[in-house]
Design a protein around this ligand. Structure first.
Ligand code: ITT
Length: 197
């Protein structure tokens, strides 16, 4: 695929995963940073799909290139699906990734269920206005303590029963094979190939 796509994300962990996964499908990408684009998109949507579309539209307009965005989050059953679309802002501005997952562990103390899933919505917007979308999810549980050093965000506390490991204990390849983002991008890549042909 000769056309270049700009990845509409400022999250370095997400950017690396998206670039790695998309390269397997022959999709060439650049980061907003490489293009000197600093647009900060307000995520005013109530769903992952809405927020992904907002980000992809804004970055496509700024770059005049097709843009691919991911909006994702961790949905915890005992928290009625929270933090969900608020995952990046859980606990307020002052917290880092570790602060957020430690807060989550605290808030789950004594809860009868630790079931959770990660969700990812992908949106791609072309300068001609055409859009493509895809979604993926990965089921798991919230661990009782953080384990592993890999990945980013909530990975140290997201436990995948089939692997008997947290996302942070998997290699990048292992995570991408089963993750919400890996699944969503695989579906997206198929739709993209159909569209470009
Ligand atoms: P961009 O909007 O710039 O892409 P962001 O981090 O704000 O970056 P989101 O609004 O989609 O992105 O928030 C998703 C949050 O959900 C992210 O910051 C992580 O805390 C969490 N998250 C999503 N996918 C994850 C993954 O694979 N592993 C761990 N945490 C993840």
């Amino acid at each position: 695929m000769a056309e270049k796509f700009v990845l509409a994300t400022h999250n370095p962990g997400k950017l690396k995963e998206m670039a790695d996964i998309l390269s397997q499908f022959g999709v060439e990408v650049v980061s907003p940073k490489e293009l000197g684009i600093t647009v900060d998109v307000e995520e005013t949507g109530t769903t992952f799909a809405e927020n992904a579309m907002l980000k992809a539209k804004a970055i496509c307009k700024a770059a005049n290139l097709p843009a691919i965005a991911d909006d994702s989050g961790l949905c915890v059953d005992a928290l009625n699906g929270g933090p969900g679309v608020y995952s990046a802002r859980y606990g307020g501005e002052g917290l880092d990734d570790k602060g957020r997952y430690m807060l989550l562990l605290n808030n789950l103390r004594g809860q009868p269920t630790r079931a959770a899933h990660f969700a990812s919505a992908i949106a791609c917007v072309f300068p001609n206005g055409k859009t493509l979308t895809a979604e993926g999810r990965c089921d798991g549980t919230i661990a009782f303590a953080p384990m592993g050093e890999g990945g980013f965000g909530y990975d140290p506390v997201f436990f995948v029963p089939e692997k008997a490991k947290t996302f942070a204990q998997l290699t990048d390849e292992e995570k991408n094979e089963i993750s919400h983002r890996g699944k969503a991008l695989a579906i997206f890549a198929e739709k993209l190939a159909t569209y470009l042909n």
